[in-house]
Design a protein around this ligand. Structure first.
Ligand code: COA
Length: 139
């Protein structure tokens, strides 16, 4: 398995299948950073990081993690952890946040994120705001 930067378009297939089959993904945000995990030349895991603070405004060192998905065949093999770790090793951050679906909070906790509060999206889906802070400002 190896992890590489990928284009937004390369994340769409896994996101659609594993996260929301009815959604049209459009990530026009050129400042976003997308990572893909490859096995035998196929993308089997994706994670995208957007320069956004929790008010969804651009702020240095603040990142929103979205679209985290690992192919069912390869889940539980540390690929999700490797995708996030690769980002953490390669980019400065003060805070990374995401909205975890029910049942997935534990994955983010294993990576050091802390749950802050739970809320219902317009779609009726409940999510928990998870936050990972770097101890000393920028990492
Ligand atoms: C959630 C997801 C990205 C995790 O990726 P993964 O590659 O399977 O996870 P990893 O193997 O890297 O797991 C890292 C750790 O988190 C734990 N973990 C993984 N999924 C978990 C879950 N749903 N609940 C609790 N812990 C979980 C693993 O057991 C492992 O712990 P360990 O260190 O004790 O072994 C993947 O299961 C997935 O794509 N799920 C479907 C889509 C989805 O729900 N995405 C997230 C939307 S918020």
């Amino acid at each position: 398995m190896n992890i590489q930067r990928i284009s937004p378009e390369e994340t769409f297939s896994l996101r659609t299948r594993l996260l929301d089959p009815n959604r049209t993904w459009r990530d026009g945000d050129e400042t976003a950073i997308h990572y893909g995990a490859f096995i035998d030349g196929e993308v089997v895991g994706v994670a995208s990081f957007f320069r956004q603070n929790q008010d969804e405004e651009i702020q240095n060192g603040h990142w929103r993690l979205r679209g985290m998905a690992v192919d069912e065949l390869f889940q539980g093999k540390d690929i999700g952890r490797a995708l996030v770790s690769t980002f953490l090793s390669n980019h400065q951050y003060q805070e990374i946040w995401c909205n975890a679906r029910r049942g997935v909070e534990g994955f983010y906790v294993k990576l050091g994120f802390l749950p802050t509060y739970e809320f219902e999206r317009k779609t009726g889906v409940w999510v928990t705001r998870m936050v990972l802070k770097s101890e000393d400002g920028f990492n």
